[in-house]
Ligand binder design. Structure first.
Ligand SMILES: Cc1cc2nc3c(=O)[nH]c(=O)nc-3n(C[C@H](O)[C@H](O)[C@H](O)COP(=O)(O)OP(=O)(O)OC[C@H]3O[C@@H](n4cnc5c(N)ncnc54)[C@H](O)[C@@H]3O)c2cc1C
Length: 484
């Protein structure tokens, strides 16, 4: 029997009992893939959010390589009632990275499960394990000269991956936009160790598992996204066929007063698919070409289609005084524009961002209407300023709604700044909910608070499902505010 010291323990566990669990993990994974020392726990749990790391300290971190090992681990955890915090590539930076919601949980990192099971160029999909990174997938596509594009996030892009990003309902910037919309067919390990294949996956030797989402009967995939009902060990992800032509562009607007109008002008173009991608409305970050507000979007298709759509876009926005339409012809290899252009065609950069701010990300969904954008901006600006921070936001533009992404940086070395950032965030959640606005995602410290804004009825339904699938509450307790 081994005896170790731990950075934290699961609730109701004493040292010796946890030793027994660790011994069982080691039997399955070997010593080298089971970590418990405090220094490593601090590193695994390090994050950029305002929460205290002590409140989210894992007890251990384990790294299986195969789905069968995940099944065995889950069975042990169910027997001992050990909470697991599931993570794929674990770069959920801005939302808590790998750190668990509940202190004492064991991080179950699927980072070593790195198999690309299939890339199908004809039918435009990839079937992957959770540890596959965007860089790995991108390199594979390039090596094989597949004419397929990825839909990627910014920030940690090359080291993040499609399973974690999609299951947490992240966004990319190509016409495939919302990642979870492009998930088709998953293999899920349930908290009791059963394996379920969603959609068409139940048909033996299914020919359509990654092609047709719905299967037969209730559609289950959704309940495994942003949830703690199971562990995804394989996922089908639709990829975009490379278009014949691509034209990225920026439209710059000279005044803050243009914001509402540009949102209302953009909406019909998005809804009609003239501009098909999840484009961005961004402030100036000091680029030499930028206006106060800027749209970064792109046109895709055949050159003839692009010519027609470009005419429609320029005519629609010409009514704005001082507007500029900028493409490669004007901006050449301008690095800021190039980053945006690459995102809109899913080019994975060689390196992730080199520096991330300490910040809480506040991301409500806003209707794609100028009046709502102005209202959210006014509400946020007032609250954020009253706590001594400043409003700093971009919008990611869907067709009917947008993600209003606000980064609220604070000074991690100042206890006062940290405290104010927490109070500010809670005030934002409350006031936005009072005005009919909800968040799409949040970090591990605010999951309960955001869950509560959606009301008790849906929370009770989540709880009933949780009770049915995971009566011992072992998978990611606290995720999305769901606990037993
Ligand atoms: C500067 C910056 C820019 C960013 N830009 C974007 C952006 O443009 N778009 C965007 O979407 N995000 C963005 N993010 C947020 C985040 O970094 C990305 O979404 C990132 O891709 C998620 O990391 P991951 O893929 O490693 O997911 P993971 O960390 O592996 O997983 C994310 C979460 O999903 C759940 N989960 C993971 N795997 C499983 C599984 N196998 N089974 C069940 N549940 C699971 C867990 O709750 C986990 O915490 C940004 C962050 C920063 C700091």
């Amino acid at each position: 029997m081994i005896t170790m010291s731990y950075a934290s323990l699961p609730e109701k566990f004493h040292h010796e009992k946890f030793d027994r669990v660790i011994s069982e993990f080691i039997k399955i994974l070997g010593h080298e893939h089971v970590y418990t020392d405090e220094k490593k726990m601090r590193r695994f749990a390090s994050f950029l959010i305002s929460a205290s790391i002590e409140d989210h300290m894992p007890s251990a971190a384990i790294f299986p390589e195969r789905a069968e090992q995940v099944r065995e681990i889950v069975k042990i955890c169910d027997r001992y009632k050990v909470p697991l915090w599931v993570s794929s590539t674990g770069r959920n930076i801005g939302y808590g990275a790998m750190a668990p919601c509940k202190k004492g949980s064991v991080i179950l990192s699927l980072r070593r499960m790195r198999r690309i099971i299939e890339i199908n160029e004809d039918l435009c999909y990839a079937f992957v394990e959770p540890g596959v990174t965007y860089k790995q997938l991108y390199d594979n596509i390039k090596e094989n000269d597949y004419k397929l594009w990825l839909n990627i996030p910014t920030g940690p892009t090359p080291i993040a991956g499609p399973v974690g990003t999609s299951i947490d309902r992240g966004t990319g910037y190509t016409p495939y936009g919302d990642n979870f919309e492009n998930v088709c067919g998953m293999e899920i390990i349930l908290p009791d160790g059963e394996v379920v294949k969603t959609g068409m996956g139940g048909i033996p030797n299914s020919t359509c598992w990654q092609l047709y989402k719905w299967g037969y009967g209730p559609y289950l995939d959704g309940i495994f996204s942003q949830s703690n009902f199971g562990i995804c060990v394989k996922m089908g992800v639709w990829l975009m066929p490379e278009p014949a032509a691509f034209r990225p562009f920026a439209i710059t607007f000279p005044t803050d007063e243009d914001l509402a109008g540009l949102v209302d002008t953009l909406r019909p173009l998005r809804l009609a698919n003239v501009i098909p991608n999840s484009c961005s409305i961004a402030p100036s970050y000091g680029e030499d070409y930028a206006g106060v507000w800027n749209i970064y979007a792109a046109l895709y298709g055949y050159p003839e289609q692009i010519a027609v759509n470009w005419k429609i876009v320029t005519e629609a926005f010409s009514k704005f005084e001082g507007v500029s339409f900028l493409t490669k012809e004007q901006l050449g290899e301008n690095p800021s524009f190039q980053i945006r252009a690459n995102l809109m065609k899913g080019v994975v950069p060689a390196k992730p961002y080199s520096k991330f701010n300490h910040a809480n990300w506040f991301v409500p969904i806003v209707p794609s209407q100028g009046k709502h954008v102005l209202k959210q901006k006014m509400l946020a600006d007032e609250i954020i300023k009253s706590y001594g921070f400043s409003y700093n936001a971009e919008l990611i533009v869907g067709s009917r709604s947008m993600h209003h992404v606000m980064e609220i940086p604070f000074n991690k070395k100042s206890a006062k700044s940290v405290k104010k950032s927490i109070e500010c965030y809670l005030a934002l959640i409350r006031v936005f909910a009072q005005n009919g606005y909800g968040l799409y995602r949040t970090n591990i410290a605010f999951m309960d608070a955001v869950g509560a804004t959606y009301g008790p009825t849906i929370q009770n339904v989540f709880k009933k499902i949780k009770m049915a699938l995971d009566p011992n509450g072992i998978v990611s307790p606290g995720k999305a505010g769901i606990v037993l």
